[in-house]
Design a protein around this ligand. Structure first.
Ligand SMILES: CC(C)(COP(=O)(O)OP(=O)(O)OC[C@H]1O[C@@H](n2cnc3c(N)ncnc32)[C@H](O)[C@@H]1OP(=O)(O)O)[C@@H](O)C(=O)NCCC(=O)NCCS
Length: 142
């Protein structure tokens, strides 16, 4: 397994992985735009040549927004997401912010295990009526 910056050649595989994970995908153009911005941190995890995980951190001047993270189903519960977020944290050296559905047990547990702190709630934020939990991680290097 190795973690590296996504390139434009990975955009379609990355989007396919997002779709297969049940997340709402952006257009290919938006992912390409994200990759083109050198302030953003867009990482992939590969098992041999197979892209098995992706994470997009969007730079917002004050912090990074953890926009999307997804791991292939067969690769889950093996520490892949944890390794990916830690790699992002090392590169970001600044606060990371995110929002996660209160119903997303796996993602909430992942973020809590990494030290993200619940800092706010947006009630009924998602279409299914679930609240969005706002979580931050202070990296200490900002
Ligand atoms: C959330 C997600 C990224 C986790 O990826 P993963 O590689 O399976 O996570 P890891 O193996 O690194 O897990 C790290 C920790 O997170 C927690 N965790 C992960 N999946 C969990 C689950 N299904 N149930 C409970 N806790 C879970 C555990 O604390 C785990 O540590 P442990 O295995 O030592 O107990 C993955 O389930 C996924 O892709 N989900 C669909 C997309 C999504 O919801 N993304 C987040 C919103 S953008």
């Amino acid at each position: 397994m190795h973690i590296s910056t996504l390139s434009l050649a990975d955009v379609e595989d990355a989007r396919d992985l997002i779709v297969a994970s049940g997340l709402k995908p952006y257009t290919l153009a938006i992912y390409s735009h994200a990759l083109a911005n050198p302030n953003n941190i867009s990482l992939g995890v590969w098992r041999q040549r197979d892209l098995v995980g992706v994470m997009f951190l969007r730079y917002t001047h004050e912090a990074y927004d953890l926009d999307q993270i997804a791991i292939k189903k067969r690769e889950r519960r093996q520490g892949v997401a944890r390794a990916l977020v830690k790699a992002g944290t090392q590169r970001a050296r600044q606060r990371i912010e995110l929002e996660v559905s209160e119903a997303n047990v796996a993602a909430r547990a992942l973020y809590e295990s990494l030290g993200f702190v619940h800092v706010g709630t947006r009630p009924k934020y998602y279409a299914d009526g679930c609240a969005a939990l706002l979580m931050n991680l202070e990296t200490g290097d900002a």
